[in-house]
Design a protein around this ligand. Sequence first.
Ligand SMILES: Cc1cc2nc3c(=O)[nH]c(=O)nc-3n(C[C@H](O)[C@H](O)[C@H](O)COP(=O)(O)OP(=O)(O)OC[C@H]3O[C@@H](n4cnc5c(N)ncnc54)[C@H](O)[C@@H]3O)c2cc1C
Length: 321
Amino acid sequence: MASLLVLAEQIGGELRKVTFNSLGFAKSAAATLGLDFNILLIGEDVSDMANELTGFGAANVYVAEDSSFENYTTEAYTQAVVQVANDTDAQIIVAAATIIGKDLMPRVAGRLDVGMAADIVEMLDDGTFKRPVWAGAAIAHIRVETERKVVTLRHTAFNPAEPSGGESNVETVDLDLDEDAIEKVNYMELEATESERPDLTEADVVVSGGRAMKDAAGVEMIESLADTLGAAMGASRAACDAGLVPNDLQVGQTGKVVAPNLYFAIGISGAIQHLAGMKSSKVIVAINKDPEAPIFQVADYGLVDDMFKVVPELEEKIKAG
Ligand SMILES: Cc1cc2nc3c(=O)[nH]c(=O)nc-3n(C[C@H](O)[C@H](O)[C@H](O)COP(=O)(O)OP(=O)(O)OC[C@H]3O[C@@H](n4cnc5c(N)ncnc54)[C@H](O)[C@@H]3O)c2cc1C
């Protein structure tokens, strides 16, 4: 029977939060199209994790386990997705547009010789997709002409699925991997930034600083507010390019897309490329000394003042409760 296949993303043995946004989309898209949906979990030793996915209404949770999946590589994962997509007659194959999803899914579409819609924010009832273009200044409607379709999701546009009860069938898939093809690429190592703060793309609260931080003392001031709030730290591209903070903190069109419950933009002008990465945040607070700064057009709360004066005051007030 035709179905929809959604990838559950895990890293280092932990399901990523985006998986639940993907499940939210999968559930509603499958209902719209009258399909069952199945979940695919890929990893080296992940069968226990599959139990965390059984209560969301999927017909099956497929587990693809192999030592080739110890670390993500495009070829190994592509083989698993393509095989399960074919075995389950998947009409739509879905993953979040994360670093993994963006790398993997075009290869999957190529291998299956089907069309792809990338970074979508909505599927309409007629099966067309919407995606932001020109840094979110316009929305394109995409029609994929092939019967089977590959899709990546902008996860911030979809609510995470709530458990709906029921018990999906869990099945370990019998993979027929082409080891020669997999061994053409060798995983060397992951140089991850160590941080006590929450992951920027998964945090409930993000505190971002712009070029106005100016120097290490300004960065420290923003970091301190972030820590007081238990927040992730973000930044504008100008702040990253100036070497004030590492590039992996960049929020925006060419950085990370975030949609926390609370986003602070401090000393950030609000260029369209920055807004592209944060304007879906639930509540936006802007602090900027220029009352004409474009960030105030998207802010729910705005404070026109010098950040070096008001940020320490704000932090004191938060600490005092
Ligand atoms: C193709 C492309 C992709 C891009 N991608 C991204 C992206 O992903 N993310 C991104 O952020 N940008 C991106 N940019 C860059 C973007 O256009 C802006 O240049 C950048 O966002 C500006 O950063 P900023 O607001 O920190 O700096 P500025 O534009 O210099 O703004 C600094 C702000 O701080 C305020 N300020 C100064 N001093 C104080 C003070 N003491 N107290 C309070 N406020 C103060 C100023 O009024 C001003 O509004 C991209 C650009 C291009 C062309």
